[in-house]
Write a protein of this length. Structure first.
Length: 286
């Protein structure tokens, strides 16, 4: 497995692979890899001749008061996992390699970034779209893999790819959870033992919401109220948002009469966790 932090080095391999007519799958990550990331890498391995994993804590997607400095990192462990899953190349650049000091170009998706996490993280998706655009160009990937865990990110990237005619297929992958339902996340390491227990409230609440919709409830307010009241039973939890939006446009809806995304962001202590479910299919072809 190739490990490199240099864009030119990645491009050298990509050129050679393209010359041989091989397909390339890209899995963009911020490292500190877990089973959620592994599921994306496995899927990429199945679908493509070559797999590139990017491992980069992207500074421009963090707000000034967010956790950039303390975001967990363990590059050696990440490489061991990538190698065991059959990845061909891990790209681990320094921020200076990705961003020239005078870089002043950004990719911004409107409308889909107005609600949900866009409210409290106004520059987050611009940072994500910019780095993902760069990674698409560097890797020349045929397919890129993103988790449903970050549902808004997945929808925003799909829209960016459609709107800007990027020659790449976006594959959404289901949320991987701990046994008690908590969605796996690198940020779960921030939680102490009591907070870790409390964090299961996100899944419990969403599960109930999902059951209501499956049983035919079409009033979004009723489903959101139920989700809120279940989260409200956990004293360590503070709700940032509970939303039900159109699955593709990410606009809030009142009546559940089409595929929806139900998403929550909840502070457990001082750490903000997100989780969601969708109705309908994750990928168009599935
Ligand atoms: P991150 O390293 O947190 O930026 O995540 C990199 C990719 O892995 C994103 O596409 C995430 O949606 C995906 N991912 C993270 N956690 C999970 C999970 N529990 N299940 C599925 N995908 C995940």
């Amino acid at each position: 497995m190739i490990r490199t932090g240099e864009i030119a080095e990645v491009k050298k391999y990509v050129r050679e692979w393209k010359r041989q007519g091989l397909t390339i799958g890209l899995v963009p990550t911020m490292g500190y890899l877990h089973e959620g990331h592994a599921s994306l890498i496995r899927r990429a391995r199945e679908d493509n001749d070559r797999v590139i994993v990017s491992d980069f804590v992207n500074p421009i997607q963090f707000g000034p008061k967010e956790d950039l400095a303390v975001y967990p990192r363990d590059f050696d462990a990440d490489c061991r996992l990538c190698e065991s899953l059959g990845a061909d190349l891990v790209f681990h650049p320094e921020p200076e390699e990705m961003y020239a000091p005078n870089a002043c170009t950004h990719v911004k998706v409107d409308s889909l970034t107005e609600h949900l996490c866009g409210v409290t993280r106004p520059f987050h998706f611009q940072g994500v779209c910019t780095v993902v655009t760069k990674l698409f160009h560097i890797s020349e990937a045929d397919r890129a893999y993103f988790g449903q865990k970050d549902a808004q990110q997945l929808a925003v990237i799909r829209r960016m790819v459609r709107d800007l005619n990027f020659p790449i297929e976006i594959i959404g992958c289901p949320i991987i959870r701990e046994e008690d339902g908590l969605a796996k996340s690198s940020r779960n390491t921030y939680l102490n033992a009591e907070e870790r227990k409390a964090a299961t409230i996100l899944y419990k609440a969403l599960k109930k919401g999902h059951e209501m919709i499956d049983a035919g409830e079409t009033d979004a307010a009723k489903v959101k109220d139920t989700i809120r009241s279940i989260i409200g039973t956990e004293p360590r939890a503070t709700i940032d948002y509970v939303e039900i939006v159109d699955r593709d446009e990410l606009q809030p809806i009142e009546t559940i009469d089409r595929p929806v995304l139900a998403a929550v962001a909840v502070y457990i202590g001082k750490d903000r966790l997100i989780d969601n479910f969708i109705t309908g299919s994750l990928n168009e072809k599935e």
